[in-house]
Design a protein around this ligand. Structure first.
Ligand SMILES: N[C@@H](Cc1ccc(O)cc1)C(=O)O
Length: 419
């Protein structure tokens, strides 16, 4: 018999709170359910933080349950006060629509179209007129209960508008609507969603009967061993959009995971079995310098998000950067691998190396310094050491004529864009 999914999630460490732990565990043992999480379109790409919840939805999907994702076209136009210290600035409806379209595309990429659905709460929330809202829903919400929810309570001092205060009712209407129209019985969300999720369960119990089997589950806040927030690098958030975070950078992000975090991440973000993870955990203990666990993590997550070809490409880029053998890379690979490296422009023809380094690109401060570095063997053009003062740089020789890459010393790279 396959393991109960709730037991599996518990082992993976991805459950924080549940409304009815035993009830849900028993229920999913005998039923295939529909379950949902919502995403407000506050940005135009998902980031690795979203993956925490999505991986859980995906695990359910792989076992034959049906995930539904709500794109919050309606709620996103209001703004969830959860986790925010101050009032949000309203997004324009154009922004909401733009973001919505971008997110939908990424979600289909992760979940496919079979046994999966994306719905937009704008479709039903925008249809409720004010009087219906107050008479049919408002009456069922007790202001005291609403005020006592952590999200609202923590905001009372700084102030909260009626608009954001109402957010929990909207999310509750979502759960009710999804229960009625899509048989959704479980809502999953981040730890800060507890108040909104329980508001929905209360509403369903009021309207559909107190024994209606609906459940809520939140995931723990993911903190790194060094105490900083998961999913952020010096360059900012790690996006699933390949144009914002290249697959190579994405791979590197996972590969650079601290030894203290890597086993936890393998549990959260991969579909590897207990045995496979146990064996990798052992390798972290015995041979941390090999980074076998990090490599597997990077491969698995990059494959899930960007596909196998992206994994191979990321590893090819890493290998070439490590060995210095840049000519093995295509122009696109150079673009990925050198994203974030200082870049300058040069639009001209063949030119002497000293002139290129000093006059054309200012990589070297003076001719004297340039000559010295070249003669000392500190200058590399496209990965190859050049010690000849008469060397001619030809932008057309490599990378489809798009780049010349200069390395000075051990590590100091400059990307020269030539097209
Ligand atoms: N409130 C959730 C998003 C959400 C929107 C609508 C829902 O029905 C559920 C969840 C968040 O901000 O993360």
């Amino acid at each position: 018999m396959t393991e109960n999914i709730i037991d599996e999630l518990t082992w993976r460490g991805t459950i924080n709170q549940q409304t009815d732990a035993q009830g849900l565990k028993d229920y999913v043992q005998n039923h295939k359910i529909a379950l949902y999480c919502g995403v407000d379109p506050t940005g135009d790409s998902l980031h690795v933080g979203h993956l925490v919840t999505f991986m859980i939805l995906k695990r359910f999907q792989l076992l034959g349950h049906k995930p539904v994702i709500v794109i919050g076209g309606g709620t996103g136009s209001i703004g969830d006060p959860s986790g925010k210290k101050s009032e949000r600035v309203l997004q324009t409806m154009e922004q909401v629509h733009h973001n919505q379209a971008a997110l939908t595309k990424q979600m289909i990429n992760l979940f496919g179209t079979d046994n999966f659905e994306i719905v937009n709460n704008y479709d039903w929330l925008s249809q409720i007129d004010l009087l219906t809202f107050l008479r049919d829903y408002g009456k069922l919400f007790n202001v005291n209960t609403m005020l006592n929810k952590e999200i609202v309570a923590s905001r009372l001092e700084a102030g909260i508008s009626f608009t954001e205060f109402t957010y929990q009712i909207l999310q509750a209407i979502d759960f009710l609507t999804l229960y009625r129209q899509h048989q959704v019985q479980l809502q999953i969300g981040g730890g800060d969603q507890w108040g909104n999720i329980t508001a929905g369960i209360d509403l369903i119990h009021r309207l559909e009967g107190p024994k209606t089997p609906v459940f809520g589950l939140t995931i723990p806040l993911l903190l790194k061993a060094d105490g900083t927030k998961f999913g952020k690098t010096e360059g900012g958030a790690v996006w699933l959009d390949a144009h914002k975070t290249s697959p190579y950078e994405f791979y590197q992000f996972w590969f650079n995971t601290d030894d203290r975090d890597v086993v936890k991440y393998l549990k959260y973000f991969t579909f590897l079995s207990r045995e496979e993870i146990a064996s990798l955990a052992k390798q972290v203990q015995e041979a941390p310098e090999k980074r076998a666990a990090q490599r597997t993590l990077a491969r698995e997550v990059t494959k899930f998000v960007h596909g196998s070809a992206a994994v191979e490409q990321a590893e090819r880029i890493s290998a070439a950067l490590f060995s210095g053998d840049l000519l093995k890379l295509s122009a696109d690979e150079i673009e990925q691998g050198f994203h974030g490296v200082p870049a300058v422009e040069y639009h001209g023809g063949v030119v002497n190396l000293v002139e290129f380094l000093v006059d054309k690109t200012q990589i070297e401060p003076s001719r004297r310094q340039a000559r010295e570095d070249i003669q000392n063997g500190a200058i590399y053009v496209n990965g190859q050491r050049q010690q000849d003062l008469d060397f001619q740089v030809d932008p057309q020789t490599a990378f489809s004529g798009r780049f010349v890459i200069i390395r000075k010393g051990k590590k100091k790279y400059t990307l020269v864009r030539t097209k």
